[in-house]
Write a protein that binds this ligand. Structure first.
Ligand code: COA
Length: 166
């Protein structure tokens, strides 16, 4: 398995992993699967604006995970902050791929001159909380019942990793 920057033809693999998480988890509060066109537009915006996307590709050439930096807010005062995304295919979780995909994202943020990375994580998502803590993210907030999915209220934990730039 290799970790590498994503290319546009990875979009179907990225989409399949995300859409499965939409339908089966509270990792994302989306309800409806996204389309390939939406994912390609997302990829194009990231490429244009220099926000990193990495994929994990297994030996057979299948995409088994991805990570991305995303703009945090559009207002210019937020331009040194990014929000991250990370999704591993269900059958590939718990094997260390999350760690392999998050570490280069932190380095990409540093290279881009960012100052902070924010991770918004469902409070019950133990794997994601541990993954981010292992890469130096610390909890900075816990919002109660701000999400609603699968007929229940959901809490969101915010974790933050500060980088070295002023
Ligand atoms: C959360 C996710 C990205 C973690 O990636 P992963 O490859 O499964 O995790 P890793 O194998 O790299 O393990 C990372 C840490 O989480 C822990 N972990 C993994 N699966 C776990 C689980 N089911 N429960 C508790 N801890 C778990 C590992 O022990 C490890 O912690 P450690 O370093 O303290 O030992 C992945 O499980 C996933 O994609 N889940 C669904 C989508 C999602 O939740 N995305 C994140 C949205 S914020």
């Amino acid at each position: 398995m290799i970790i590498r920057p994503a290319i546009r033809t990875d979009c179907p693999g990225i989409l399949a992993i995300y859409n499965d998480a939409v339908l089966t988890t509270t990792a994302t509060y989306d309800y409806e699967p996204r389309t390939l066109a939406q994912r390609q537009a997302w990829f194009d915006e990231h490429a244009r604006d220099g926000y990193a996307i990495f994929v994990a590709e297994c030996d057979e050439g299948r995409i088994v995970g991805w990570s991305a930096l995303n703009p945090y807010h559009a207002r210019p005062g937020y331009r040194f902050t990014s929000e991250n995304s990370i999704y591993i295919a269900a059958e590939a979780r718990g094997k260390g791929i999350g760690k392999l995909l998050l570490a280069p994202l932190v380095e990409a943020a540093r290279t881009r001159g960012l100052h902070a990375i924010i991770a918004a994580i469902d409070a019950a998502n133990e794997a994601s909380l541990r993954l981010h803590a292992g890469l130096g993210f610390v909890q900075v907030g816990h919002f109660k019942q701000v999400g609603y999915k699968f007929d229940r209220w959901l809490d969101v934990v915010y974790m933050e990793r500060l980088l070295d730039q002023p």
